[in-house]
Design a protein around this ligand. Structure first.
Ligand SMILES: Cc1ncc(COP(=O)(O)O)c(C=O)c1O
Length: 315
């Protein structure tokens, strides 16, 4: 699914944090009866780590914010995480130091119901957390605008499986959307809210629309994951003179008349959208606002913008 992962890189990951220790990843195994595996009762994060070749070092982007969201997801799913955010950050840095990547990578923390009993139920006494990392390139094309469709699968409603929590079982919904898009020759899907009335997000990324110099993104009550990249884009857009940001519901037909559209997410980064349902977004090329935000985003994540240095943790 990840584009341009270095598939020849069979060496990594070498390690995982599992059951309280960093061990060889080949030894990190779960029982086939595990509730998380059987019923999807688990919450997770995806965090990027960027290789800064000028400084010869890696920077983890907004790590504490991701762990804070992990805790919020866990509260919704009654999963108890026995480590503090500070401890999880320490473990992550140690894991990355041991891997010794000299390329961009991705961190996957996973807190789960490790009980072995039959029957789906939250709040099991047996809960655990593991972390592993992988080398990671681009998830979507960041230079060539992506061809997208509106999915026939809608997002899950909050009172079914809350999209604001990053719940492993809910990614079946994302898989339906992404697979349908790929099978129909598109790069990615745009997903409507559960009532079909508004735009929610992509299969695993948030969405922004540019219209008459205003940057518009769906509000957190439109069945979205409250993306950390979404927040980053809003913050850096506010620094650019002349760009106004608003959060409001977006109708499907507004996408067809947008000046620019782009996805954003830890995986997707800032990825331009060139067409929706075969209708080009303006001239179908990378838009000027998207390009400005993209350039700034890649500076920020590599710790090249002083103001946002606090978001970057050196490995
Ligand atoms: C469903 C969904 N929406 C949005 C996002 C973007 O969130 P973030 O920017 O925090 O990675 C993701 C990726 O994690 C996602 O899975």
């Amino acid at each position: 699914m990840w584009k341009r992962i270095n598939m020849e890189n069979q060496e990594h990951p070498k390690y995982a944090f599992f059951q309280g220790n960093i061990i060889p990843i080949s030894e990190a195994k779960v029982d086939i009866r595990t509730s998380a595996l059987q019923y999807g009762i688990a919450v997770f994060e995806g965090i990027r780590c960027y290789w800064n070749s000028q400084e010869n070092t890696n920077y983890i982007f907004r790590m504490a914010d991701h762990y804070e969201r992990l805790f919020n997801s866990a509260r919704i799913m009654m999963i108890n995480i026995k480590y503090s955010i500070e401890k999880l950050c320490e473990i992550t840095v140690e894991l990355l130091r041991k891997e010794g990547y000299r390329e961009d990578s991705y961190i996957r923390p996973f807190a789960y119901n490790s009980g072995l009993k039959i029957g789906p139920k939250l709040g099991d006494a047996n809960q655990d957390l593991f972390i592993y990392t992988i080398p990671l390139g681009e998830y979507l094309d960041i230079n060539k605008p992506n061809k997208v469709c509106v999915s026939s699968w809608t997002r899950l409603p909050d009172n079914c499986i809350p999209p604001r929590a990053k719940i492993s079982g809910s990614y079946v919904n994302s898989a339906m959307q992404k697979t349908e898009a790929l099978l129909n020759g598109y790069d990615e899907a745009i997903v409507l809210t559960s009532n079909g009335q508004h735009i929610s997000e992509g299969s695993a990324m948030n969405i922004f629309m540019v219209k008459n110099g205003t940057l518009i993104t769906p509000p957190v009550t439109d069945d979205i994951l409250e993306g950390i990249t979404r927040d980053t884009v809003i913050r850096i857009a506010e620094d650019i003179p002349g760009i106004k940001v608003i959060e409001r519901s977006i109708d499907r037909s507004e996408l067809y008349t947008a000046d620019e559209l782009f996805f954003c997410g830890t995986g997707a980064q800032v990825s331009p959208i060139g067409s929706v349902d075969n209708r080009p977004v303006k001239d179908g090329k990378l838009g000027t606002v998207t390009k400005k935000l993209q350039d700034q985003y890649f500076m920020v994540v590599k710790n090249q913008v002083k103001k946002y240095g606090k978001w970057c943790t050196k490995v």
